[in-house]
Unconditional design. Structure first.
Length: 443
C-alpha cells in the first residue's frame, strides 16, 4: 500500500470482506486512456519478468488494475467478470462497496493489486509504485502480512516519539551515504535512537515492527525490483526518508522510510536477506547482525549525546513547537469526539481506506482519521476535508461528531457523510446524552 492512501478489507482478524454487487462495464467516457494504461501495464510486466522471483521466490507478475476514484472506472491487465476488452486491457466499474486506494485486495475470487490513477509521471517513482503494490499481492503467500497497517503507533505522534524517530531517520540517511566504519557508527546511532524510543512505550516495538513488516518490506521491494544499481537504490531510499520527514504524522507513514533504509543497508552486505524473513523479522536486529553491530541497550544519556551529532538541538526545538500545536489539536478532537455528542457505528467485517498522512493519536481514546472511507454491513461512511473520525485501538467502532438528530438513510455532518443500509437505524446512546448509535433493526 504505497504511501498516499491505502485500503484494508477486514474484520478484526483481517478477513476479506466480499463484494456485494457485480461490477459493471464503464461508459464510453474514459478517464483512464487506453494507451497510457497499456504502457504502464507493459512497464510492470517488464519489471516483474526481470525479477523472475529473484527477491521473494514468487513472481511479482500479478493481476493488476488502475482505478479512477472520481468515477470508480477500472482498467485491468487481465480479464474479469463484467469487464469489456479494450485493446490489450479490460474495463469495468468497481462496485460501490470496494474501497479505492493503492492496495491489494480480493476481487472475484482472485487477489488483485489496485493502483490509483493517475500514476506518477516520474518513471522511477511509477516503477517503484507498481512493484510495491505487486508485492502486496504475493505477501499473503509469504505469510508476512503484519497487521495490515492497523497498528496504533501512538508514540510517534508524541514529542518524545517524534524526536527519536527523527533522530533515527537522520542517522539512517547518514549511514546510507557513508561506508566502512562511518556507516557502522551511523547505523549504531540509528539503532540507539530506535531502542531507546521503543523502551519508552511497552507496545512500541511490536506495533512498529508490524507496520514495517507490511509497508517497509513492500517499499523496499519496489525499490530493489526496479533499481538495478546500488547508487540508484540508495537514492530512492533517501528520497523516501526525505518524503516521510515532511509528513505531518509519522503514525502510519514512518515504515515507508525505515524499511527501505534498513533494506538497502542489508543489501550491501547480505543480498539474499529476504530469504530469511519470517513474521518475527525485525529490521533493526537483522541489520545489526549483518554489520556485526551490537544491539544497544536503552540509555537516555547516550541517546541525548548522540542525537546532537544529527541536528538534535534543532529537532528538539521544532518538536517543542509542534507539541504545543498538538495540544491545541487534541483539545479540538476531544471536544468534538469525547466530550461532545457523536454518532457511533459498530465495526464487524469492514473495509477501510485512509490517508496515512492524516492519522493522529488521541491519547487514551484511539486514533483520529481526517480522511476516511469505511464500509460495513450498516452502510458507508466518508470523512474528508477538515473532518474527523475516532477509532479505538480495538477497531470495534467508529465515531463522528454529531450536530443534529440523525434521520433517514442519507446523513451529512461536518465534513462527513453516511449512507445507511436498509435494516439499520439510529438509536439514542444510553451512555451519552445527545449521542446516537447505529443498530440493526429487530426482525
Amino acid at each position: 500500500m504505497k504511501l498516499g492512501s491505502f485500503v484494508i478489507f477486514c474484520a478484526i482478524g483481517l478477513l476479506a470482506r466480499p463484494a456485494t454487487s457485480v461490477a459493471k462495464a464503464t461508459s464510453s467516457t474514459q478517464a483512464i486512456p487506453t494507451p497510457q494504461a497499456a504502457a504502464a501495464f507493459a512497464q510492470a510486466l517488464t519489471l516483474c519478468s526481470a525479477d523472475d522471483g529473484r527477491l521473494w521466490g514468487h513472481s511479482l507478475c500479478v493481476p493488476m488494475m488502475f482505478v479512477d476514484s472520481a468515477n470508480r472506472e477500472a482498467v485491468l491487465n487481465q480479464p474479469a467478470k463484467g469487464a469489456i476488452k479494450d485493446g490489450t486491457v479490460y474495463r469495468l466499474t468497481l462496485p460501490s462497496d470496494i474501497g479505492i486506494a493503492n492496495t491489494s485486495f480480493e476481487f472475484q475470487g482472485r487477489r488483485w493489486s489496485m493502483v490509483m490513477w493517475p500514476l506518477p509521471a516520474d518513471a522511477t517513482l511509477r516503477a517503484i509504485l507498481l512493484m510495491h503494490e505487486s508485492y502486496h499481492s504475493v505477501q499473503p503467500a509469504l505469510g508476512l502480512q503484519g497487521n495490515g497497517g492497523l497498528g496504533k503507533n501512538a508514540e510517534l505522534d508524541s514529542r518524545k516519539g517524534r524526536i527519536w524517530m527523527r533522530g533515527e531517520l537522520v542517522a539512517l540517511r547518514t549511514a546510507l551515504q557513508a561506508s566502512g566504519e562511518q556507516r557502522k557508527q551511523a547505523l549504531a546511532d540509528a539503532l540507539l535512537f530506535r531502542v531507546y524510543r521503543m523502551s519508552l512505550w511497552p507496545s512500541a516495538a511490536a506495533d512498529e515492527q508490524s507496520l514495517e513488516l507490511n509497508e517497509g518490506l513492500a517499499e523496499s521491494t519496489g525499490i530493489d525490483a526496479t533499481q538495478h544499481h546500488a547508487g540508484a537504490r540508495t537514492a530512492a531510499a533517501i528520497h523516501d526518508i526525505d518524503s516521510v520527514e515532511k509528513e505531518r504524522s509519522f503514525v502510519r507513514s514512518f515504515a515507508y522510510a525505515t524499511g527501505p533504509a534498513y533494506a538497502e543497508l542489508l543489501d550491501a552486505v547480505q543480498p539474499d536477506w529476504r530469504r530469511n524473513v519470517t513474521p518475527e523479522f525485525a529490521f533493526g536486529r537483522a541489520t545489526a547482525t549483518a554489520y556485526h553491530v551490537a544491539m544497544p541497550k536503552p540509555d537516555a544519556n547516550r541517546a541525548v549525546a548522540a542525537i546532537m551529532k544529527y541536528g538534535g538541538k534543532q529537532i528538539i526545538a521544532q518538536e517543542d513547537t509542534r507539541a504545543k500545536a498538538t495540544a491545541t489539536r487534541n483539545a479540538r478532537f476531544t471536544k468534538a469526539l469525547v466530550d461532545g455528542p457523536t454518532l457511533n457505528l459498530p465495526l464487524g467485517k469492514f473495509s477501510i481506506s485512509f490517508d496515512p498522512r492524516q492519522v493522529y493519536s488521541l491519547p487514551g481514546h484511539g486514533s483520529v482519521y481526517q480522511t476516511l472511507t469505511l464500509g460495513d454491513a450498516w452502510g458507508n461512511l466518508e470523512v474528508h476535508g477538515d473532518g474527523m473520525a475516532l477509532i479505538p485501538s480495538t477497531f470495534s467502532s467508529v465515531a463522528v461528531p454529531l450536530d443534529k438528530t440523525p434521520v433517514g438513510t442519507q446523513l451529512v455532518g461536518n465534513d462527513w457523510s453516511l449512507t445507511l443500509n436498509k435494516g439499520y437505524s439510529f438509536q439514542p446512546d444510553p451512555h451519552r446524552e445527545g449521542s446516537f448509535v447505529v443498530t440493526r433493526d429487530k426482525p
